[in-house]
Design a protein around this ligand. Sequence first.
Ligand code: LMR
Length: 393
Amino acid sequence: MFENLAPAKPDLILSIMQQFREDRRANKIDLSVGVYKNAAGGTPIIKAVRDAEARLYESQETKTYLGTTGDAGFNAALTGLVFGADADRSRLSAAQAPGGSGALRMIADLIRAARPEATIHVPDPTWANHIPLLSSAGLTLKSYAYFDAATGAVRFDAMMRDLGAARRGDVILLHGCCHNPTGADLDAAQWKSVGTLLLDRGLLPLVDLAYMGLGVGLEEDAFGVRHLATIAPEMAVAVSCSKNFAVYRDRVGAAIILSATPAQAEIVTGKLGAIARSLWSMPPDHAAAAVRIVLEDNGLRASWKAELDSMRERIQTLRADLALALNRQSNSQAFDFIVKQAGMFSRLPLTEGQAQRLKDQHAVYIVPDGRINVAGLNAENTEVFARAYAQTR
Ligand code: LMR
């Protein structure tokens, strides 16, 4: 049986993460995997989450099954966080999932069940795992123009042209904020134009919201989702708590679907439960319960928000420092775009050979497409990285 298997191609991002771990050089710099790092290079557990875990440990009396869509309190709290506390919930269905990836897979299965011929249009570029993850559900994927490497911004006219050519009933994947891998986001006016186009053309928005709170601010980062929810009859949102609650390995997220009517929303909720049952039966509970406790408790919520704010502010400072350092090295203003982007990522002009030289000669780990996780920088290594980048060009 298994002799028929060809070896799997290692996942690019995760294999770089592993190579970094195995590198013994003391001065190594990891700008690869999308994980927040503090100034000391660590990824600590957020204090409010730790406190919530302590409460959970004290108060939890059973670990019996909850059900296919997970913790109803978690689903309600996360829906409030994403759509706003006052959002009308009558057309919304939410199902807890193992991370944002689990949510994406549930949504892909839902789309396939509802409209198997639908194509999902993804930005060029998009998160590398979007492609295998969404296509493994049996859906066809197609790219739309998104990033302009020359300016570091969105190719908005080309994007609108491509979206305008999508077939009625197709699905448009949008990154809610902190575009992965480029850091180039839509502004409010662009979200509105995209929303109008999707509505006019009968296209379903699928928003991947994996970095809410790490871009401009918690509310600001939800602008796209909330705007679309006010105008679109239907939409899908894959939410991840991996980064903004720092619960990466515990796998916490949710699929949230907006349906045209409350009656359809009820059917969607049942279908999400059936999909979960066929995929993993029920989602893991622990950190989702901790996230629920944080969101339901005013004190813990304020503490979480303050810590998240400081993480985001650190990233913004690093962006400014990096742009300055790279501009200085290149004696130009060519890297100003880094400051205009949002979230952990930016994409630098880079050849695969340069990525290799950065690793071999300078112990700098970077995804070969030029994506860098800015949070891997700090006051000491930003200049070191800028020099290494300039020397290896
Ligand atoms: C990333 O893009 O680096 C993260 O989302 C981690 C992953 O799973 O790829």
